[in-house]
Design a protein around this ligand. Structure first.
Ligand SMILES: [Zn+2]
Length: 454
């Protein structure tokens, strides 16, 4: 192989989950990257070309060798996070969804119209999320265009892959006068302007992509929803919205439209193969069929669901019906910036849902007895499945995929991830990693083949 064929070579042992139930351990592999950060080759230790390649990379100063006791994993993919709720992380969780929005959240998000405030908050937020291992974030922004472009600049500066939406919301019955699009027409025009300006900012081979973002049906007029559905196709964009989140929300949509969220969103052209539906806790079997037929995906957000959903998302049923599912922190409905925490809460919610929760009932009737999540599936949701939901080549270590990765250091000071090589075969180290890895264990963060955190 010619040395000019690569831009960097990374060597080390890696974990990834190329399928739902399959952990693959890539022991001491060499990852050959091109200038775009794409993995062009994956070489095992006994590959005949490997010694010459490693030597060439060393001589050119583009060899990155993982230290002993460290492992690589794909970067974590947060499918649902509200950027302008970052200052509210960890508080204001004492009200149901409809009151929480009006009392705390809309006033907080409205503050981001001050772009100096937005710049300060977003700079720190993006750096913190990267440090927690979130290499891709799917952001709800705020209503005004300018602060969302400030967010895009922060993502480009720090090197975080991001999908960002200008939130569209125009219904005067559910949106306060100080924080909404003045009309459906304005919501559409501003969304179009946002998409155009973000694309100009991000350039070719963009790290940051625009997302068409109706907040959810209760805050949008039918005219706005239909217009955004048409625009998603015209401008070839991802779509995100909230779907069937809580009793109140489902009831509102049923009373107003006589439909489920999925039926209404589908009718407005908002379900595509690049649509992410946050929550979807109350989806019916018919809704799951609609989601599958469009190739849309669900962002399961177990932390915020515990506060706002009034129920547990039927994750096992959704997966078995073929619904694409990834994970979201749903900051600040969720109280942690860590996708590891979201994954662990998904695991716990799944176990509670499977067993049932009422000790007064006999075990045979206490719960449905569905199979709870395992650690491999949980990790798959946070990585490979999230990448598939976005239809981006991320979340796995494969030729043709972008090298978005975390170097996890075992036994790092201040981290809970403890590795005893004599006691922990690599498969068991993986299990420990899924359940105990934390910010202190994340030694390096790579996006598009570049180190983003030192
Ligand atoms: Zn949300």
């Amino acid at each position: 192989m010619k040395t000019q064929d690569f831009a960097r070579v990374v060597t080390g042992t890696a974990f990834h989950t190329p399928a739902r139930d399959r952990l693959e351990v890539l022991e001491d592999h060499a990852f050959v990257l091109d200038t775009s950060g794409t993995i062009t080759r994956l070489l095992p230790p006994d590959h005949p070309e490997r010694p010459a390649l490693i030597e060439a990379a060393r001589q050119r100063g583009v060899l990155s060798e993982l230290p002993e006791g460290s492992v690589l994993i794909p970067g974590l993919i947060d499918l649902h996070i509200h950027a302008p709720q970052w200052p509210q992380l960890g508080k204001a969780l004492d009200a149901p969804l409809e009151a929480w929005l009006q009392k705390y959240t809309f006033p907080m998000e409205a503050r981001f119209a001050d772009t100096a405030f937005a710049a300060e908050v977003y700079d720190e937020m993006v750096a913190t999320l990267l440090a927690h291992g979130t290499t891709t974030a799917v952001y709800f922004g705020s209503v005004e265009v300018a602060p969302n472009l400030v967010l895009a600049e922060a993502c480009l500066r720090h090197g975080q892959r991001a999908l960002i939406g200008k939130v569209a919301m125009d219904d005067p019955d559910n949106c306060p006068p100080y924080y909404r699009d003045a009309s459906a027409e304005e919501g559409l025009a501003e969304t179009r302007r946002f998409v155009t300006e973000l694309r100009a900012l991000a350039g070719d081979d963009p790290l940051v992509l625009p997302v068409i973002t109706p907040r959810f049906i209760p805050s949008c007029s039918d005219e706005l929803l239909a217009g955004l559905g048409a625009m998603a196709r015209e401008l070839d964009c991802h779509v995100q919205t909230h779907c069937s989140e809580s009793d109140w929300e489902v009831g509102h949509v049923a009373a107003r439209l006589g439909q489920t969220d999925c039926e209404a969103l589908s009718g407005h052209g908002l379900l595509t193969d690049r649509t992410v539906l946050a929550h979807s806790n109350f989806v019916t079997g018919g809704d799951m069929e609609i989601i599958c037929a469009h190739g849309s995906a669900v962002a399961h957000c177990p932390m915020s669901n515990a506060y706002f959903a009034n129920a547990v998302f039927p994750l096992r049923a959704a997966i078995e019906r073929g619904v694409k599912v990834g994970l979201g922190t749903d900051i600040s409905g969720g109280f942690s910036p860590s996708l590891f925490d979201a994954a662990r809460h998904a695991l716990m919610a799944s176990r509670h849902a499977a067993s049932g929760t009422d000790p007064a009932l006999p075990p045979e009737t206490r719960g449905p007895g569905t199979r709870p999540l395992g650690t491999v599936e949980t990790f798959w949701l946070a990585t490979a499945s999230g990448g598939e939901a976005l239809r981006l080549p991320i979340g796995q270590f494969r030729e043709g995929y972008r090298f978005d990765a975390l170097a996890i250091a075992t036994n790092a000071p201040g981290s809970s991830l403890r590795y005893y090589p004599a006691l922990d075969p690599l498969e068991e180290l993986f299990e420990k990693l899924v359940l105990t890895a934390d910010r202190g264990a994340i030694a390096e963060v790579w996006v598009d083949g570049k180190r983003r955190l030192d």
